[in-house]
Ligand binder design. Sequence first.
Ligand SMILES: C[S@@+](CC[C@H](N)C(=O)[O-])C[C@H]1O[C@@H](n2cnc3c(N)ncnc32)[C@H](O)[C@@H]1O
Length: 692
Amino acid sequence: MKLTDNEIRDITKYLEEGKPLPDMYRFLLFGDKREVELVWNGKTNEVTNVVLPFQVIEHVDEPRAEKDTRIQTSLFDFDNRGRQVKGWTNKLIWGDNKLILSSLKNGPLREEIEAQGGLKLIYIDPPFDVGADFSMDIEIGDEQFTKQPGVLEELAYRDTWGKGADSFIAMIYERLSLMRDLLADDGSIYVHCDWRVNSYLHLIMDEIFGKDNFKNEIIWHYDDKFATGGNVLDRNHDVIYSFSKADKPIVNKIILEKDEPTRRALRKKVDGKTIDVRDEQGNKIWVTYTEKKADDVWRIPRTIQNLEYPTQKPEKLIERIILASSNQNDLISDFFCGSGTTLAVAEKLGRKWIGSDLGKFAIHTSRKRMIGVQRELKKEGKNYRAFEILNLGKYERQHYIGVNPSLREKEKQKQIARKEKAFLELILRAYRAEGVEGFKTFHGKKSARLVAVGPINLPVTRLFVDEVIKECLANKISKVDVLAFEFEMGLFPNIQEEAKKKGIDLALKYIPRDVFDKRAVEKNQVVFHDVSYIEVKPHVKGNSVAVELTDFSVYYNQDSIANAEATIKNGKSKLVVENGKIIKVSKDKDGIVRRDILTKKWTDWIDYWAVDFDFESKKEVVRIKKDKAEIEERWTGDYIFENEWQSFRTKKDRTLELKSIAHECTKGRRKIAVKVVDIFGNDTMKVIRIQI
Ligand SMILES: C[S@@+](CC[C@H](N)C(=O)[O-])C[C@H]1O[C@@H](n2cnc3c(N)ncnc32)[C@H](O)[C@@H]1O
């Protein structure tokens, strides 16, 4: 680099005045000679390498045989009930895929992935539609209720779209870099997008995967979308970019049936020239072709019957991708899995899979879907794999507070402290608690109870609550409230029972979204609701036990009757949730208000429930990578919920059984766990003891 004296003088002047350098200096000052590159505000090549432990919270394996003897484990891959005991277990992971990808790449699970031959295919369909958020339409009888997104989901949404395309690109750039590093050398990636972000995505994929590894720009054309009217042409296609990791990816030819058979003269290559083949009389030979090799324009209808998720994609589309770029038994992934379309197709095509999503509702939808697939394959006498639901364990401070990663360390620490303080003050004010100092885990006090506030954009983990209990014991504190936006799945009621045994009354409460509503805080209107409540009854008969669900309550609030009454116009209605009831508030044409409770029965709140007939038979062990590539296995003190029987509603079938099958078991005392997932996608568990 040779700069003129004038250029050096100008640059020095800009720097001394603390002004940004004009664009032209980028090409003079830096060694990188990329001719075309996409830059955006905050672009950095830094990629996170955080490793957090994965915790298995549930194991789902539809038994292939109905009886449970569990006395002997077979030498093969299944136990006596036909449940998988060896080999790869598919993984459905709840959490932010940045932390998931980095923990997969750098943590102990990487070895397991490599032992399966590596990750051969990734399909992702990131939230590229700015308008589609995390709110969900939920059916209550004949009405549709729109559940607002959870706070964690909303924060993620803000991270993705808060600064428009800039923040979307920054979000996807880091994740795509992590995905490239995870892919096997013969692996491929397919990224789904549309006109909103396709031009950016093509450029950053060129940069991350290399232009030479570009394979296709697939046009997915659908003509079953409603015409939008207006002067412009209807936008009836999405784009899917495919890139390979290196130069020899898995490629399988896809053969499709032609719309119309075509007749063509038979041709062959002779000495590099293509010529017609002729019969003995010298006539051309005509052949009718009914099949063709698939090209890069795919016509697949978009309409899905019984749609379970707003952005769900058709299985036919994903099937083509999986068939083209993977083989039987290969491991494939979707890190924005939504309703689990990729996972369902992977299972049906005999592939192993890893799926992840940030939304609890998405994980729950995928769980139901995969149980459905297991049941379907079982009925057809085909094989299927067990799957487990995981979340990320321990969290570090800066991950939950949303600190700008490009700041220098000292600035970062300052920003963490500032944001933490403001967040805590807000929550304590809304909870009407006063702040306390000098504790590690407690932040406030309300009457005789101490208050611990969970992290802002991550769920409260068992580790967090363990620390709270430890500090209670050390300071002889017997009453404590833990406030959180989300709790790790399967955390309660076990943790409360444990605390009770130690003499601590531990209450877990959800922080509602309206803590961010200044007026609600000022008017003391913010209600922190308890976690849900379950009642069950065991029916023991000889060697078998069945479980009946007898009661379930939730305490949610979303909007309020008073607000709906004040704001809706005559002739309109609105659904609100108050104290765990969904209420339709309507005004007739004269302004007369009517309130109808839609959740009349407690069962209306239940979307799904499942039973583990021998809870505490499988310990939850986390694997933690120690310094010198050594891996330590540590029991978290919790157990994995083994999903042995379940009943759930789908869009097609709204019925729910309230009593499980009679499950045969061995004699003795045992614990049974019952898990309920409500229509908002939140789960609660209840553990009971029985004697057989
Ligand atoms: C367009 S949808 C995927 C739909 C999916 N292809 C299907 O067929 O159901 C995008 C998904 O990405 C998830 N998501 C958004 N940001 C995420 C993040 N940071 N980590 C994991 N999942 C995320 C959303 O919850 C949403 O379910």
